[in-house]
Write a protein that binds this ligand. Structure first.
Ligand code: FEO
Length: 383
């Protein structure tokens, strides 16, 4: 992969991983990116996951061609990037580690060592000259941990963006950037929209031609497109017109209502109807869709006097990420005391700019003719 004459890619592809961060399915694996900047001084940008230490060190040595690195720049201490910091420091004894003060606290927690004799602590706006490559460090707290810094190289006009602009998927798979970058962003960084907005504000002042994230491809084209999506996602805006129907169904009756609603919405010309079964489909994809579209219908049963478990989990996932600026419709089902609709409304009581449709479809066991009329009314309200 060509980045610039002086910058070599030394990251790795993880095709063995089952769940990223212990929870996200990654059908096309994961990339842990790392870069070497070769100048009068040599800097290595971040390390990789623990399982790839040998491969990464070999990649770094290959890029160095016998030279010694001067710096390891640690932008983020989450172990998918930092696991090999101690190993690097043992391997390259003259190198210094460059990071934020908060990162060194976490480093000590992970490695029992914060390299107090071999470290450079950097803060907002600090610079490090490698020769012609002048690096400026920009703090990016909570994008996605508190210690995060990103690094701007004014020579190549490259932003080393840490987790920002990353995606799921190894680099040797051919897949759309947007879908897996969105699922990654909403799932992992979604709660921290305000902090991402702050970073985007700082980035406005930089002339950026290349973005080198810690996951996913290096971005060199159409940067406005990627930055604009990050702006929409982090401001909880609506990216696409359409309706998401997220449901759980025990015996198929709630699902029947969902299918009727989907048909009705399509008939009325809804540009996109996305239906997801929360018990069987990928929850992270459902959460992503909830943030992508502006309208959502939650269809579920009452269970043990509460919301059915998979829907309860889904609602929690939305709340945890600051779900806002959306319209919600409800289909509830209950054979003797349906309360799911009321519980869902209560759950969003403190959410910003959440509105509910006037129509609530209440099914008592099976879909009736009256329910069909309600479903039709709900569809009209959503269009
Ligand atoms: Fe890719 Fe937050 O670590």
């Amino acid at each position: 992969m060509f980045i610039s004459n002086d910058v070599k890619y030394v990251g790795v592809n993880d095709k063995e991983i089952d769940l990223f961060e212990g929870q996200y399915i990654v059908p096309n694996g994961m990339a842990y990116n790392s870069y070497v900047i070769l100048d009068d001084k040599i800097a290595v940008m971040d390390s990789v996951d623990a399982n790839f230490g040998d491969e990464w060190i070999a990649n770094v040595k290959g890029a160095l061609s016998g030279k010694q690195p001067d710096y390891l720049i640690v932008q983020h201490m989450e172990p998918d990037h930092s696991a090999n910091v101690a190993r690097f420091m043992a391997e390259f004894e003259s190198a210094k580690v460059v990071s934020s003060d908060k990162a060194f606290v976490i480093m000590k927690q992970f490695f029992g060592d914060d390299f107090s004799e071999r470290r450079v602590i950097v803060k907002e706006g600090d610079t490090l000259s490698l020769g012609k490559h002048n690096l400026t460090f920009v703090t990016a707290p909570m994008v996605h941990w508190p210690e995060v810094i990103v690094t701007y190289d004014s020579c190549d006009k490259t932003l080393y963006s840490a987790d920002a602009f990353g995606k799921f998927g190894a680099l040797d798979c051919d897949e759309d950037w947007t879908c897996e970058a969105r699922r990654y962003y909403i799932g992992i960084v979604g709660k921290y929209g305000m902090q991402v907005q702050k970073l985007l504000e700082k980035a406005k002042g930089l002339d950026i031609k290349t973005i080198c994230p810690l996951h996913g491809p290096v971005l060199t084209e159409n940067l406005e497109y990627h930055i604009n999506l990050y702006n929409i996602w982090s401001s909880y805006g609506v990216e696409s017109e359409g309706v998401v129907i997220a449901y759980t169904s025990v015996y198929g009756n709630t699902k029947k209502a969902v299918n009727l609603l989907a048909e009705e919405l399509t008939k009325l010309g809804c540009p996109k109807v996305t239906v997801t079964d929360l018990a069987r489909d990928d929850m992270a994809e459902a959460v992503e869709d909830a943030f992508r579209y502006g309208k959502i219908v939650l269809a579920t049963t009452t269970y043990n006097g509460d919301i059915f478990p998979f829907m309860r989990e889904f609602v929690n996932e939305l709340l945890e990420r600051g779900y806002q600026n959306r319209k919600i419709g409800i289909i509830e089902n209950g054979s003797w005391a349906p309360v799911a609709g009321r519980k869902i409304k209560q759950a969003f009581e403190n959410s910003k700019n959440i509105t509910f449709t006037d129509t609530v479809v209440t099914i008592r066991s099976a879909v009736t003719e009256e329910n069909k009329t309600q479903i039709s009314n709900l569809a009209k309200e959503l269009i």
